[in-house]
Write a protein that binds this ligand. Structure first.
Ligand code: COA
Length: 190
């Protein structure tokens, strides 16, 4: 299925060394979005350390870029050796670009990656009043169960297939090419 994104926007995986882009995106979230993203109030210092750590934790990060600036992110993090087929996902989109299909496109990409990594269960922790995230998860047939005021959406991902691996490969190839073009045009302008 083709993603519908704001004009000029692209989604691609983050490279090693791009932690600052993720950090700056998270720091730009408005107060409500920040609260929803982290299921509670967190400080700027927490976000700085969080972004740094995410880059070292075997996480797969996708960014939504517009004009070279990261305006949305999806993070997929394995739960570790004790839960080898489970991962946690988190999504954030800056307010100006919310409700334009970016969250759906980021989640679609994340589900594809989860499937290709062999994850069967994806945890998405969000506050019980986060209707938007719940609606978004429902679009991908999430099953929702309630726990201590938080909603845990669990998406069963199907097995990887050659086609799903190819789709991820092609999506990343496109992201890489676009990032290179973006880099080249910025170098030409400099
Ligand atoms: C939740 C979030 C990631 C959704 O991203 P988005 O780019 O706004 O999502 P989309 O535009 O793809 O919309 C996804 C679905 O959400 C619902 N939705 C969109 N805008 C909405 C609104 N204003 N009110 C209620 N539901 C809405 C719709 O069901 C929509 O699907 P549809 O367009 O097929 O009808 C984004 O709002 C966000 O970053 N919120 C703050 C951080 C957060 O809550 N993260 C989740 C915690 S893990």
């Amino acid at each position: 299925m083709q993603d519908v994104l704001p004009e000029g926007g692209v989604i691609r995986k983050l490279w090693i060394g791009e932690a600052a882009k993720y950090r700056d995106h998270l720091l730009r979230l408005d107060a409500d979005s920040r609260h929803s993203r982290f299921a509670g109030g967190v400080s700027e210092d927490f976000i700085r350390r969080y972004a740094e750590l995410s880059n070292t934790l075997d996480a797969v990060l996708y960014g939504f870029f517009l004009g070279g600036i990261m305006r949305g992110a999806a993070e997929l993090r394995p739960l570790g050796a004790r839960f080898p087929r489970q991962a946690e996902a988190a999504i954030s989109v800056e307010k100006r670009w919310q409700s334009h299909g970016v969250g759906s496109a980021l989640l679609r990409r994340t589900l594809l990656t989860a499937r290709n990594r062999g994850f069967r269960l994806l945890h998405m922790a969000c506050l019980a009043n986060n209707q938007r995230m719940q609606q978004l998860a429902r679009k991908f047939d999430a099953e929702l169960s309630f726990d201590f005021g938080n909603v845990i959406g669990e998406v069963e991902s199907s097995r990887p297939t050659p086609l799903s691996l190819m789709r991820e490969f092609m999506a990343d190839g496109h992201g890489f090419a676009t990032a290179m073009l973006d880099l080249q045009s910025r170098m030409l302008r400099a």
